[in-house]
Write a protein that binds this ligand. Structure first.
Ligand SMILES: [Zn+2]
Length: 75
């Protein structure tokens, strides 16, 4: 088991009902990492210029991770 699951798996789950994935953005100005709900078109290392950094107000961020919560259906 690796500590973090690769995010590539989210593609196959988009067609079903899935838990809201999270996109992690790193601000290019100050390096702060923020997360927000995944939006269509997000991909790792993609550039985002529509999110405002809460710390410095910069609008250029890079996607550094996309986290897909596991569906809890054990039962
Ligand atoms: Zn910033």
């Amino acid at each position: 088991m690796t500590s973090s699951e690769p995010a590539f798996v989210f593609g196959q789950r988009l067609r079903e009902k899935y838990p809201q994935p999270l996109t992690f953005l790193k601000c290019l100005s100050c390096g702060t990492e923020n997360s927000r709900p995944f939006k269509e078109g997000d991909y790792i290392f993609g550039m985002v210029d529509s999110e405002k950094c809460p710390k410095c107000g910069g609008t250029s961020s890079k996607i550094v991770n996309i986290y897909v919560p596991e569906k809890k259906e054990t039962r």
